[in-house]
Design a protein around this ligand. Structure first.
Ligand SMILES: [Fe+2]
Length: 229
């Protein structure tokens, strides 16, 4: 290390090191000294996967609020118009560092979903399962570029099938991207408008209620805390 002006470096000067791991073509950093949980594993090795990534523009909403919309299970059958094969409320799971549910549904008479949806921490959307009977994954970590903002990276892919050529695998990924972006476009007009106040949830919001409690209980880490007054 050196100082720009040439002064000796103070002996206690240290940059904070975030724990990081490189997976699926992106670098994941944990906001804290030690990760509270490991990044989940996909069920297939990397060399069997066809993977794509895309990064979105910043959105005027914090990551935990985007994930609150994920746990708003009413919205699956309202803006998204899923025909639910079973009530996702029955599969809601709340852990210390993740929440989630299962979704078996048909989307607009066209796409069959049988997926497991999980939120890890408060900003990682992790969906695995089948679309039209074929296994795929859709992972969306949300970075927080500043207060009140988030920026999503989509990492998605499928398992290359026996004897399948690249064109066919890519065609399936085109399909998955199109279906998921349609869902995302349903949500975009709403995401920046979410405001919560106590006492406004209804009976159908019970999964959301559990998520909000999960966020309240979630450990906070601020590596700069010692420098803030
Ligand atoms: Fe949505």
């Amino acid at each position: 290390m050196a100082t720009g002006i040439g002064d000796p470096v103070p002996p206690r000067a240290r940059l904070f090191r975030f724990p990081t791991v490189e997976r699926y073509g992106i670098v994941w950093a944990f906001n804290g000294e030690e990760p509270l949980f490991e990044l989940p594993e996909l069920p297939y090795p990397d060399d069997e996967l066809v993977v794509r990534r895309s990064m979105l523009d910043e959105m005027p909403v914090e990551p935990w609020l985007v994930q609150a919309h994920t746990m708003d299970l009413q919205h699956l059958s309202l803006p998204h118009e899923f025909e639910l094969a079973e009530d996702p409320n029955d599969s809601v799971r709340v852990g210390r560092y993740s929440v989630g549910f299962d979704l078996r549904a048909r989307l607009r008479g066209d796409a069959d979903f049988d997926v497991r949806v999980d939120i890890h921490g408060t900003n990682i959307f992790w969906q695995t399962g089948t679309l039209d009977g074929r296994w795929f994954f859709w992972i969306a970590p949300l970075a927080i570029p500043g207060p009140g903002r988030s920026r999503a990276t989509f990492v998605f892919g499928a398992r290359r099938e026996e004897g399948e050529d690249t064109v066919a695998a890519e065609a399936f990924l085109d399909r998955a991207f199109s279906v998921m972006m349609d869902l995302f476009n349903d949500d975009t007009p709403v995401l920046g408008t979410i405001r919560f106040r106590p006492g406004l949830l209804t009976r159908s919001d019970r999964a959301l209620d559990r998520y909000l409690q999960y966020v309240r209980d979630y450990p906070r880490a601020n590596p700069a805390a010692d420098f803030l007054v």
